[in-house]
Design a protein around this ligand. Structure first.
Ligand SMILES: Cc1cc2nc3c(=O)[nH]c(=O)nc-3n(C[C@H](O)[C@H](O)[C@H](O)COP(=O)(O)OP(=O)(O)OC[C@H]3O[C@@H](n4cnc5c(N)ncnc54)[C@H](O)[C@@H]3O)c2cc1C
Length: 398
């Protein structure tokens, strides 16, 4: 029987980054991912690094550490993450007062510049100036999230970590109820600790094992357009993100009983019109978000794609009819917009590293901090990380 120090469940960016950081600490790691070709949020993400978006000392520190880390990541992982520094244009809808929206953004670490519709169009000529009342301009980072995830996975393997492409079906607990491994259809695997990094599937996996965590998920839909022969000047998103409001509503304590049900729709679907171009000139357009309690709920691809294209066409007329592929995945989130990082209360040996709804800037630094924290706890050196403690799932207890 093969045993490991740590089993990481889920090979998206959170699991891959954490597996790598654990291997760097000299720990023996097994990463289990169900798909050989990734299909989760890290595959379909825009890849934006919102390093300007810290609003508290904690998130400002993490964003600063995060972007510094990203700037050195390609060299460290020996693979190109395609990091770029780009202009972010946040469009303001015609019914909103641009001055008031700009005022709301003063809470962020970097304050935006307010643009007229014409100035926004000059920055990114694909924007229809008649569909907006103004825009905000910010500096933004961008990576290819799939390449970054694969770079982390390969770097972990180089350090002696193991990857198996198998679906985790259940957790294994010892007689004393310590979680000591996981089962897949192929084998049982044992370790001193198990960390769940399964994104939107984490909640269901833990629930099946009898653990309830305040972790939720949206169903996200986007359209991928193959490489085009023109170049975009900016990443464009809405200033007034509907998804954040939906997440706030859907994760309120009063909604918890709906999440326990098999098939609830907790809110009407929302659409945040955004677009991003990757270095290979392909585009990602989106996005519809839904809160359905069933992670496997079916959505109608044709109707969704038509709705997305109609709304995308209002702001980016040139993009609406470009041929592309509709995609769907789950995105995990938490009630306080911070991730869950740490041991699961009442579950010895079981940990979570998930619940980042807009996490790409934070993941490298948090993975490093969490792996260091776990390694120092296992050798009893007592090097407790204050930031990791603030993100512990126990913050929701009581
Ligand atoms: C359209 C879109 C745009 C986005 N844009 C941004 C952005 O610009 N900036 C930003 O910061 N964030 C963005 N996000 C969010 C961000 O991409 C995700 O939050 C992040 O990628 C989540 O990573 P993850 O590892 O938690 O989840 P995932 O990438 O979903 O990985 C979880 C993995 O776990 C695996 N898994 C699940 N269950 C099991 C099991 N039982 N056994 C084995 N494996 C299992 C899955 O197959 C999956 O690969 C966006 C998301 C979407 C969908």
């Amino acid at each position: 029987m093969k045993t490991y120090d740590w089993i990481v469940v889920g090979g998206g960016i959170t699991g891959a980054a954490l597996g790598y950081e654990m291997a760097k600490q000299g720990l023996k790691v097994l990463l289990l991912e169900q798909h050989t070709n990734l299909q989760g949020a890290s595959r379909h993400s825009y890849g934006g690094l919102a390093y300007w978006s810290g609003t508290t000392p904690l998130t400002r520190q993490l964003a600063k550490e995060g972007i510094d880390r990203h700037r050195n990541l390609s060299a460290e992982l020996e693979a190109d993450t395609q990091l770029r520094e780009l202009t972010l244009i946040l469009t303001i809808d015609p019914d909103s007062d641009p001055e008031a929206v700009a005022q709301d953004y003063q809470k962020f670490a970097i304050a935006p510049q307010l643009l007229t519709p014409e100035a926004a169009h000059a920055q990114e000529p694909l924007i229809n100036p008649h569909a907006i009342s103004g825009a905000l301009q910010l500096p933004h980072g961008h990576i290819n999230p799939l390449l970054t995830t694969l770079a982390y996975t390969k770097a972990m393997e180089r350090l002696g970590g193991t990857v198996h492409y198998e679906q985790v079906l259940s957790l294994i607990s010892r007689r004393d109820e310590h979680i000591s491994g996981v089962s897949t259809a192929q084998a049982d695997y044992h370790a001193s600790g198990v960390v769940v990094c399964a994104g939107g599937f984490s909640r269901g996996l833990l629930k099946a094992a009898g653990f309830s965590v305040p972790l939720y998920f949206t169903h996200a839909e986007s359209i991928e357009i193959p490489p085009v022969d023109f170049t975009l000047q900016a990443i464009v998103m809405p200033a007034n993100l509907q998804r954040s409001k939906m997440e706030g509503f859907a994760s309120a304590k009063t909604q918890d009983h709906f999440w326990e049900g098999e098939d609830h729709e907790l809110a009407l679907p929302i659409m945040d019109v955004g677009m991003i171009q990757f270095q290979d000139q392909s585009l990602r357009l989106g996005q519809i978000s839904r809160v359905l309690s069933n992670p496997h709920a079916a959505v109608d691809p044709a109707a969704s794609e038509a709705k997305m294209r109609q709304q995308i066409g209002e702001i980016f007329p040139r993009l609406a009819d470009l041929p592309g592929t509709w995609n769907h995945c789950l995105v995990a989130f938490c009630r306080d917009y911070l991730p869950l990082v740490g041991s699961i209360p009442d579950a010895n040996g079981l940990y979570i590293f998930s619940g980042f709804s807009n996490p790409l800037v934070f993941v490298p630094t948090l993975a490093q901090r969490f792996a260091t924290h776990l390694a120092s706890n296992s050798d009893n050196s007592g090097n407790d990380d204050d930031i990791i403690q603030q993100l512990s799932p126990s913050r929701f207890m009581g």
